[in-house]
Design a protein around this ligand. Structure first.
Ligand code: PGA
Length: 227
């Protein structure tokens, strides 16, 4: 099983989201093998859009096996007087996954480990699977996270998915140094696109990918997943 987690970051309008969904579902509907791979759990797709677009996407894909929604972040607070926050409690039932500690959150919003561990705890409390991002094997991660994603900031693209991807050797050596528990899934993120995904995809040590820029275009994203 491979996971393709799309992180749309702060992109798209509502009509662009509807267009993306229409185009992606047309591609799926015209490709039996792709649908089969999703139905048989060989592939899982998780879209993490800006929060306002979670519900329209969920409605569009609710009957599609293997297709899930995720949040790009969640609040460190559980509930209450925190204007503007989106909490795990708010997200419960709307998303199955959440990204925690993405390099852009750490850098632009000064999120530290203590905050990120609190977020993980809240996500787990509300039954949301956690994708915990790290930039190196020296950073720590919560022992109960479902996924660890190695997303080194120097490999993250400026938005087109065309930066410098890390070598497979480096990705695997980070995995060894992280000493993950056998049930924890390991993802890589940083300039993965339809042209370079193949050798990473076939490696059984990598459970999937976190994809920014190249997931914004439905045909590039489809091609990356289904060839
Ligand atoms: P990118 O983003 O695919 O645009 O490099 C990846 C990420 O943010 O992890």
């Amino acid at each position: 099983m491979k996971y393709f987690i799309a992180n749309w970051k702060a992109n798209k309008t509502l009509s662009e989201v509807i267009n993306w969904a229409d185009q992606f579902s047309n591609l799926l509907n015209s490709n039996n093998q792709a649908r089969n791979n999703l139905d048989k759990n060989k592939i899982k797709i998780v879209i993490c859009p800006p929060s306002p677009f979670i519900i329209p996407l969920k409605k569009k894909f609710e009957k599609q096996d293997g297709f899930f929604l995720g949040s790009q972040d969640l609040s460190q607070f559980e509930q209450g007087t925190y204007t503007g926050e989106v909490t795990a409690k708010n997200l419960k039932g709307l998303v199955e996954y959440v990204i925690i500690g993405h390099a852009e959150r750490r850098k632009n919003f000064q999120e530290n480990e203590q905050t990120l561990f609190k977020k993980t705890l809240l996500a787990k409390k509300y039954n949301i699977k956690t994708i915990y991002c790290l930039g190196s094997a020296n950073q720590s991660y919560p022992k109960d996270t479902d996924f660890v994603s190695y997303d080194p900031s120097e490999a993250i693209s400026t938005g087109d998915g065309k930066g410098q991807i890390k070598s497979i050797e480096e990705i695997l050596s980070v995995k060894i140094n992280l000493n993950l528990s056998p049930t924890m899934k390991y993802l890589y993120g940083g300039s993965v696109n339809e042209k370079n995904v193949h050798q990473y995809f076939i490696n059984p040590q990598i459970d999937g990918f976190l994809i920014g820029g190249a997931s914004l275009d439905p045909s590039r994203f489809f091609k990356m997943i289904f060839g």
